[in-house]
Design a protein around this ligand. Structure first.
Ligand SMILES: [Fe+2]
Length: 178
């Protein structure tokens, strides 16, 4: 009787989950997402919310995670009267989609209208700013584009110095802002 020779093939062991392996995995996932991730953020997936800063609809940043360009924060802001006031570093752009209004940036009034592009400058201590709509008949709407890596690089920190009037009213009436 022929002797059956059995060769045992040792299964390849997975490398231990070290920080280096996690970094490799993260890089691979980021590259994959940048190549094949979803490239349209549908408005229906991005509900507008009443926040301390105002009515924001966030398309990219802290929300949808399966797209390329996760380094970007992109959101719209609908302003009915005034936004909240806050301070953070500039280096971002705001495109005015509709309406007329102005921003007060470090005490200076900057008027804008539909079709304008507004730039927030980089300053040593960041820029304090607040946005206003001037048309009581129609809200103003703009979209902001922020590169998160630039914000990190300049150690930006967001500080709320005043909440939006609508948020304040919702809070005071006991309603959940939404
Ligand atoms: Fe801001």
């Amino acid at each position: 009787m022929a002797e059956i020779e059995r060769t045992r093939v040792r299964e390849k062991e997975s490398p231990a989950v070290t920080s280096y392996e996690l970094a490799l995995r993260q890089d691979r996932e980021t590259a994959e997402r940048n190549m094949t991730g979803r490239v349209v953020c549908r408005q229906d997936d991005c509900p507008q919310m009443l926040t301390r800063q105002g009515r924001l609809r966030t398309y990219l940043g802290h929300t949808i995670k399966d797209t390329p360009l996760q380094d970007w924060v992109v959101f719209t802001h609908e302003i009915r009267t005034a936004s909240g006031k806050h301070r953070h570093q500039g280096g971002l752009v705001i495109y005015v989609i509709d309406g007329d209004g102005y921003s007060v940036v470090d005490g200076e009034r900057i008027d804008w209208s539909k079709g304008d592009l507004v730039l927030l400058p980089l300053r040593e201590k960041g820029v304090e700013h607040q946005h206003f709509n001037v048309n009581p008949e129609k809200p103003a709407l703009w979209m902001a584009f922020i590169r998160r890596s630039l914000q990190d690089y300049v150690a930006s920190e967001m500080t709320q110095t005043e909440v939006s009037p609508e948020y304040k009213a919702a809070e005071e009436s006991g309603r959940t802002p939404a």
